[in-house]
Design a protein around this ligand. Structure first.
Ligand code: FPP
Length: 268
């Protein structure tokens, strides 16, 4: 769907599209999204890359509205990676300033929709003004229970695991635990949003088939869905299509087929 910047953003349940019946009560708990293709979308229209990011704002909000309407409990959005600092200083400044403005502009709306906003990422280098808006949004929306929106800003999957390892090493050095006692669950409990369940479905737009250092630990058994549309053309209807496609996936978590078959033949 191609959108104009002036297009109205519809609240959950108020858009022109109807939620497919089959999704009601049957959606993944945690959906993660790599919002890719803003720059290429803009280039294809002879526009500066920043216009692609501006168009991505509406896609972001429409997708969140779709997640709320469908009953997705957690949606993680990759807005700025620890590697994005390597972009041109002008684009980095734009992305930081724009993220701050987008959060400020939409916090009350997200609150009305019953969304709890949470920041996931690393403190060093993150602009103070961005952190301030994130903290304000977190505080205002902390009692909401419909959907949690995890904004991954200055986030890197390897950095998150390294931070967890450092915390655990410190606990060993302080005599609080033994190195030999460390289990997978201890790493998991030291991640940035430790209470959030693993990702069920990862969606990446714009046709690239990469994870790009996103939620490495949490994606261990996620279904990966790489869709060709650039991020500015994604929205609630495209999300619902991907949720429907997810229903046809056969998830095994490394185990055997979960059905009465040759592994579990009835004995009678
Ligand atoms: C990837 O496209 C997109 C980004 C790095 C930024 C996404 C950010 C927004 C949509 C702003 C939303 C703000 C908040 C607070 C979540 P790209 O630039 O990598 O595109 P390309 O691969 O075509 O160059």
């Amino acid at each position: 769907m191609d959108r104009t910047p002036t297009q109205q953003l519809a609240a959950p349940g108020e858009g022109s599209a109807t939620l497919p019946q089959g999704l009601i009560g049957h959606v993944p708990q945690h959906v993660a999204v790599i919002m890719d293709g803003n720059g290429r979308w803009a280039n294809a229209r002879g526009l500066p890359r920043t216009e692609g990011h501006r168009a991505g704002e509406l896609a972001l909000m429409d997708t969140v509205a779709g997640a709320v309407e469908a009953g997705v409990k957690y949606i993680s959005m990759y807005a700025f990676s620890t590697e994005n600092w390597k972009r041109s200083p002008a684009e980095v400044s734009f992305l930081m300033g724009y993220s701050r403005d987008v959060i400020r502009k939409h916090t009350d709306r997200l609150n009305d929709w019953g969304v709890r906003v949470r920041w996931v990422g690393r403190r060093p280098r993150l602009w103070k003004s961005v952190l301030k808006e994130l903290r304000t949004a977190e505080e205002k929306t902390k009692h909401n229970t419909k959907t949690e929106l995890l904004l991954c800003i200055n986030y890197g999957g390897r950095a998150e695991i390294a931070d967890a390892a450092r915390d655990l090493a410190q606990e060993v050095a302080d005599g609080k635990r033994k190195a030999s006692s460390i289990r997978e669950a201890d790493i998991a409990s030291h991640l940035y949003a430790a209470d959030v369940p693993d990702v069920d479905l990862l969606i990446r737009t714009s046709g690239e088939s990469r994870i790009s250092n996103f939620l490495l630990w949490q994606l261990a058994y996620a279904e990966l869905d790489f869709v060709p549309v650039p991020w500015p053309e994604f929205g609630r209807e495209e999300l619902w299509e991907r949720l429907q496609a997810f229903q046809d996936r056969d998830r095994r978590f490394g185990g055997a087929i979960d059905a009465v078959g040759e592994d579990q033949a009835p004995t009678s």
